[in-house]
Design a protein around this ligand. Sequence first.
Ligand SMILES: Cc1cc2nc3c(=O)[nH]c(=O)nc-3n(C[C@H](O)[C@H](O)[C@H](O)COP(=O)(O)OP(=O)(O)OC[C@H]3O[C@@H](n4cnc5c(N)ncnc54)[C@H](O)[C@@H]3O)c2cc1C
Length: 394
Amino acid sequence: MQNFESPDFFNLDDLLTEDDRNVRDTVRGFVDSNVMPVILDHYEAGTFPTTIIPKLGELGVLGATLPEEYGCAGMNNIAYGLINQELERGDSGVRSFASVQSALVMYPIYAYGSDEQKKKWLPELASARAIGCFGLTEPDFGSNPSGMITRAVKDGKEWVLNGAKMWITNGNMSDVAVVWAKTGGSDDPKSIRGFLVEKGMPGYDVREQKRKASLRASNTSELFFTDVRVPEENLLPKAEGLKGPLGCLTQARYGIAWGALGGAMACFDIVKKYAAERIIFGKPLAGHQTTQHKLTKMLTEITKGQLLAWRLGKLKDEGKMNHNQVSMAKMNNVGIALDVARVAREMLGANGISLEYHVIRHMCNLESVKTYEGTNDVHSLAIGQAITGISAFA
Ligand SMILES: Cc1cc2nc3c(=O)[nH]c(=O)nc-3n(C[C@H](O)[C@H](O)[C@H](O)COP(=O)(O)OP(=O)(O)OC[C@H]3O[C@@H](n4cnc5c(N)ncnc54)[C@H](O)[C@@H]3O)c2cc1C
């Protein structure tokens, strides 16, 4: 039976385990009960719905693929992908909160951290008793993080941190920031190291960025470091060079490839229902040929994206996924999700600009999702390099 609500045109449900489906349905129910009733108010106010944070911890969706010994759920990557899909069906800002916490804070602590760092932070972050952020982007360096200016200089048993980060999700809600800084010369990206900068450390300031027209129900901040003294035990010992932060981004982009589909599926569901009910020139909008073309194109692209995400998840579970595959899935799925949202917005007519119909919120959010974690240009260049063997970045 083909499912057009929450579209599943190729019966992907059959490829999921019962546990995967349970995880998806649980998160879907959570989003319907806890996110949808409040999201419009938060979007308009430009605030994150903080009341859901402890509930996300209880649900076990934070760091969901990490081991149970750290208080995490030890799920497979398909279930993790479905969590992202369902959170973003609600709002990209909610999915971004969970993505940053899971892939950009818990993952580097797990993969690059000391035993003490893992024991101290992972159970706190999994339960949402602590919140984290990831500071890589700077005012002058986004797509090219190797140019970063932020510096850490060793002084006895401490590192002295100076610099600034910008566009940092969860920034001023965070107890801990994973901050990337150069420890060598300005032209030495191999010297990049990761530091756990804790809230309240003298010289560490955070300022929320306001007036965003996208991802409004998300906290975005600038981080400033003025002679912040970070103890040696807060250095991530197993990450050296740009591959440290890039390894985290691969994890986060994997989740985004699934998440963006959730936004697209929400827009498809809304506009399909609207087209059935809205009477235009004496018959439902859905009965006009151009509408059917648009719905067909949306469903086709969503279905292709779902297959890409599912296969990527299987490769990840088998330990065979590579970062170029993640680039393709992130680039494609966010790109098609934004196209779906834009066409759905148009099909709603004037109602399409009303937040009450949700589509324009997804559309505006997806503009950020297309830019962060590597713009589509950057992913296209990464794949181009893999195809040709020639770097066209510089
Ligand atoms: C809402 C939001 C949340 C974010 N959260 C975080 C976070 O938590 N942590 C964090 O570290 N960062 C975060 N970011 C930052 C994000 O990752 C960067 O914005 C992104 O990497 C792009 O960098 P940039 O904005 O400096 O654009 P630029 O790098 O200045 O790019 C400008 C344009 O140039 C294009 N371009 C880049 N390189 C090339 C090239 N070689 N050839 C041709 N064109 C090129 C880009 O595609 C883009 O269109 C966030 C951003 C947003 C909007």
